[in-house]
Write a new protein. Structure first.
Length: 368
């Protein structure tokens, strides 16, 4: 079963053996550790799916498995660690993998006991439970690590409860807050954390990360990286749901404009409306929005993106968005079609009719 802090189809972050593309963030933390300046709270930020949770679990494993240096000793201080990697056979690593490490507490959205369903938010009870965790585990004097994933999901009461802990942090405790949109957090929470900003991944790191997650992107890596914006999570979702084929079909459909291939559009709409295809339908609307955004950017910039995400995409983008005015028309059309789609979903419009209506609306975009 997928947990709230896990991407569908991917291993849980605690099970992810290696972090790719985030050497700068890893180096920043290790430098702080080596100089004895490990802050009591760290805010790990960046887009979804780029490895923030994996880094948090790596830091937690490192802190709990690495004994502090008490003094220089007879032979001087040991060299500072160069990596967060811990031997998977280390007792701490084994306990974390089994979900049995007493020095680690992971906070995610919890189950509502009355309904048996996951809550939409991290509740104040989830955060208040940390007080008991610190009290019960303080006897041995070891490190304590808390991962909150994602901090953006805390309700106001939970955020205020966490703030109190940040204002008076427990001894030898480190809090790791994963945040996709840090601007939505309380400014007082942000000000009490040291920020680690993670970067999106390039094609090479993307390929390695996808292979680790069990996907074999092969020659599709560049297109997956382009459409996902460098997010491994988004790229994995695209791969699992056939997103590249769907995007290629959308490009083929608009490439015929101003002629509208109704038969192709109906086929696409019927596939998206099939039973059990809700995830693919949601992805279809996202890819439509992305295609129109790429058209708008092409018109504004005067050139197509450097990486083609589908066959003949460059040719299609340049023909349909040859000028800044055309780019603005596509941007406006994107706003209107997105609004219509949201309304259709809200009122439970027939899925096939909604998809077809959206495609027809896009075909009516006038760029000149």
């Amino acid at each position: 079963m997928t947990t709230p802090d896990q991407i569908d189809g991917a291993p849980h972050p605690r099970e992810t053996a290696q972090l790719f593309g985030q050497s700068a963030a890893e180096k920043t933390f290790l430098e702080a550790y080596a100089t004895g300046r490990v802050h009591h709270a760290w805010l790990l930020t960046g887009p979804r799916g780029i490895g923030k949770a994996t880094l948090a679990w790596s830091i937690a494993r490192f802190l709990l498995a690495t004994p502090p240096v008490e003094d220089d000793g007879l032979f001087g201080a040991p060299p500072p660690p160069e990596t967060l990697a811990i031997d998977p056979e280390h007792p701490v690593a084994r306990r974390i993998a089994a979900g049995a490490e007493p020095g680690l507490k992971a906070i995610t959205r919890s189950e509502n006991e009355k309904t048996g369903r996951l809550r939409d938010v991290i509740s104040v009870e989830d955060i208040r439970a940390l007080a008991g965790f610190f009290q019960l585990s303080a006897a041995d004097g070891g490190r304590r690590v808390v991962i909150v994933d994602a901090a953006d999901e805390m309700n106001p009461q939970a955020a205020n409860a966490l703030l109190k802990m940040l204002e008076e942090p427990p001894d030898r405790a480190t809090l790791l807050l994963v945040s996709h949109q840090p601007s939505g957090l309380l400014p007082t929470i942000r000000s009490r954390c040291r920020v680690l900003r993670l970067s999106t991944l390039g094609p090479q790191d993307m390929s390695r990360a996808l292979k680790q997650a069990g996907a074999e992107p092969g020659s599709e890596t560049a297109a997956l990286s382009e459409l996902s914006g460098g997010s491994v999570g988004a790229a994995l979702r695209l791969s699992l749901l056939g997103g590249l084929d769907t995007y290629a079909e959308l490009v083929r459909l608009v490439s015929a404009l101003p002629q509208f291939d109704r038969a192709r559009a109906v086929k696409l709409a019927e596939a998206a409306a099939a039973r059990g295809a809700e995830d693919k339908r949601i992805l279809l609307f996202e890819l439509l929005d992305l295609l129109m955004a790429r058209l708008a950017r092409t018109g504004a910039a005067g050139h197509a993106p450097q990486i083609e995400a589908a066959p003949h995409e460059t040719e299609t983008l340049l023909r349909l968005a040859p000028t800044p005015a055309a780019g603005r028309a596509w941007a406006q059309s994107a706003q209107e079609t997105a609004a219509r789609a949201r309304h259709g979903l809200a009122v439970n419009l027939d899925p096939a009719a909604l998809v077809l209506d959206t495609l027809i609306k896009i075909s009516q975009t006038r760029t000149g």
